[in-house]
Design a protein. Structure first.
Length: 386
């Protein structure tokens, strides 16, 4: 494959803001797929953390860890997007970060306990590798050092708070880690002017990477369905709950990949401001989509385990709320890329809230069935290209 190189960039000379990539069109490489496999494990650990602490504080802690892991993954997508896929620097950085994020994943269940320091140190290591990889991309002339510096300061400040939080306990740790995440997420927003000229976007690679992560998370919901059924006898009610859980997963996949994902890639390719559009729609708004899938996975696992008895309030909220969160994220994504949130996704959110309110006495399998009917209906109406 031949790649189109940009000339070397100075600190104030941004890459071409055109619609192509500094390295030409390309797709996800094998080392990036290997990197993703480690995140499958990390996401599984986040799901386990949420399932074990299904309360408002527990969900807040779980989603905070998810936000940190997501931001690390997303950051590497951007850095890899500015690298030659065959460059040794990319492979070494991804393999080193792979080891670190795997150890961080091991520490996730105890991140707010005894393993907080281990989680923080390995996570900070991943972010430092990312910054190093980005500096290497600027040295090769594929990214603007000025643009990287715009968010590097907030990244380092956030990582300092993450390390500080790991040395304390309880609510103070959660508060410092939340502040670290907010500062890290705020960095690109605060330097949007520099971000606009940071790099050109390899659109096919970029859209494919985020689509693959959505697939990874949907796979986690399928795993949750399987594990939820593993310790129970296969009767008609259990099968109804399992099929409903699978139908919801298929419906969520359909709503995203039934036309929206491809149309979004096409729109991004011709966008007049592709870097900012990609940052908003993918790096930020896809977190809401991913969080919705993970929360739903916890709810459906609880529903399958409950079988014929009414589903507990917190589990029912996770099931319906996770779907609503996903649809809200998808609507926001569509709004940012296409200028319209879609036809039915937002209408389904109050419907899901109403179902949560009136299904308290229903058996768990029936709750799952109502969720499945709602999602499949939305997907059928929403999946056509904008």
């Amino acid at each position: 494959m031949q790649h189109r190189k940009l000339g070397r960039l100075g600190a104030d000379e941004p890459p071409d803001r055109g619609r192509g990539s500094p390295l030409g069109e390309r797709h996800t490489g094998p080392v990036e797929l290997l990197w993703d496999l480690v995140f499958v494990f990390a996401i599984t650990q986040v799901t386990a953390l949420l399932a074990g602490q299904l309360s408002w504080p527990g969900v807040g802690r779980g989603l905070l860890v998810l936000a940190l892991i997501w931001w690390a993954w997303s950051a590497f997508v951007w850095a890899a997007n500015a690298q030659d896929p065959d460059a040794w620097a990319l492979r070494v950085a991804l393999l080193l970060a792979l080891v670190l994020i795997f150890i961080a994943g091991l520490a996730v269940p105890g991140a707010f306990g005894d393993d907080g320091l281990l989680f923080a140190v390995t996570y900070v290591g991943v972010r430092l590798v990312h910054l190093t990889l980005y500096v290497d991309a600027s040295r090769r002339g594929n990214a603007s050092l000025r643009g990287i510096a715009g968010f590097a300061f907030t990244t380092l400040a956030g990582m300092a708070l993450l390390l500080a939080g790991s040395l304390v306990a309880g609510a103070l740790r959660a508060g410092l880690w939340a502040a670290a995440a907010l500062i890290d997420y705020a960095g690109p927003i605060a330097s949007r002017g520099r971000l606009r000229g940071m790099q050109a976007v390899a659109v096919a690679h970029f859209a494919e990477r985020y689509g693959l992560f959505v697939i990874i998370c949907l796979g986690e919901s399928i795993v949750a369905v399987g594990f939820g059924a593993a310790d129970h006898g296969l009767d008609a009610r259990l099968l109804a709950a399992v099929i409903s859980g699978l139908l919801v997963t298929v419906g969520l996949w359909w709503a995203y990949f039934g036309g929206v994902a491809t149309a979004a890639e096409s729109r991004l390719r011709s966008h007049t401001d592709p870097v900012l559009a990609a940052a908003d729609a993918y790096s930020y708004l896809h977190l809401v989509i991913v969080a919705g899938i993970i929360v739903f996975a916890v709810g459906i696992k609880k529903a399958i385990g409950a079988d014929a008895v009414p589903l507990a309030t917190n589990a029912r909220l996770a099931l319906y709320g996770g779907i609503a969160l996903y649809l809200a994220g998808l609507a926001a994504f569509r709004l940012r890329i296409f200028g319209s949130p879609g036809r039915t996704g937002l209408v389904a959110i109050p419907l899901l809230a109403a179902l949560y309110a009136v299904t308290g006495g229903l058996a768990a399998w029936a709750v799952a069935a109502t969720a499945a009917m709602t999602v499949v209906s939305v997907a059928a109406l929403e999946s056509s290209p904008p």
